[in-house]
Design a protein around this ligand. Structure first.
Ligand code: SAH
Length: 217
């Protein structure tokens, strides 16, 4: 049985919740309003798409809680000229949000099934500035170059040096850092002329980042 479609009231409460929880960047709020989250969740979860909660997707992964998506996006301080890298495409929802706020988005996913599905939904939504790549965020292909912003949406025990090296000067990276099956902390790193400035934001819980392309689909 299919759960009901989200209602206009659900969407209004969704926006209200984001504002009440402190999201104030108008462009971020608009992106959150414009991207239909119900297209990124399983058909059984459609009716819950506008609840502020993570939901299960294929391959045992999760689409993040909307507040966290909005918060991480706000913390990235995006400009329309930015080229952005996301590690962990999952459903493609976060990539769709980024696509509204940046020039180009490259997103890496280690499960082929998820990468293929995300590509389809993003195409349907005409997010033509997103490139979904089957790949490993611990081994970002050199050919992808450097980025103004990097967002990691799977928990890493440490932020790899190699990933920090992919930041342009003045660039910002945001990532959940900590043990796989426990709480992590959201870390924001800015690349300065002298090195890297690191700031801890809030406690979060993400699925772990795993090495290599997944062998299952
Ligand atoms: N941003 C997603 C949710 C991310 S869930 C969304 O909006 O729906 C985390 C995702 O990171 C999972 O799909 C997982 O398969 C992926 N992932 C984990 N380790 C990875 C790695 N090393 N490289 C690329 N993707 C990875």
């Amino acid at each position: 049985m299919q759960s009901p479609q989200p209602t206009p009231h659900d969407k209004m409460m969704f926006q209200l919740n984001l504002r009440q929880r402190g999201i104030s960047d108008q462009a971020v709020l608009k992106a959150m309003e414009d991207v239909p989250r119900e297209l990124f969740v399983t058909s059984l979860d459609r009716g819950y798409a506008y609840r502020d909660t993570p939901l299960g997707i294929a391959c045992g992964q999760t689409i993040s809680q909307p507040f966290i998506v909005a918060y991480m996006t706000e913390q990235l301080d995006l400009q329309p000229s930015h080229r952005v890298l996301e590690i962990g495409t999952g459903s493609g929802y976060q990539a769709a949000i980024l696509s509204k706020l940046a020039r180009d988005v490259v997103t890496l996913e280690r499960f082929r099934t998820l990468a293929d599905r995300a590509r389809l939904v993003l195409k349907e939504l005409k997010c033509s500035n997103v490139d979904v790549i089957l790949g490993d965020g611990f081994d970002v292909p050199d050919t992808l170059g450097t980025f103004d912003r990097i967002m990691v949406t799977a928990a890493m025990e440490e932020i790899p040096e190699a990933l920090l090296g992919r930041l342009e000067p003045g660039g910002v990276l945001i990532a959940p850092v900590g043990p796989a099956d426990d709480k992590q902390v959201l870390v924001r790193v800015v690349r300065t002329a002298e090195g890297f400035d690191r700031q801890e934001l809030v406690a979060v819980r993400f699925v772990p980042a795993l090495l290599g392309i997944a062998r299952e689909l």
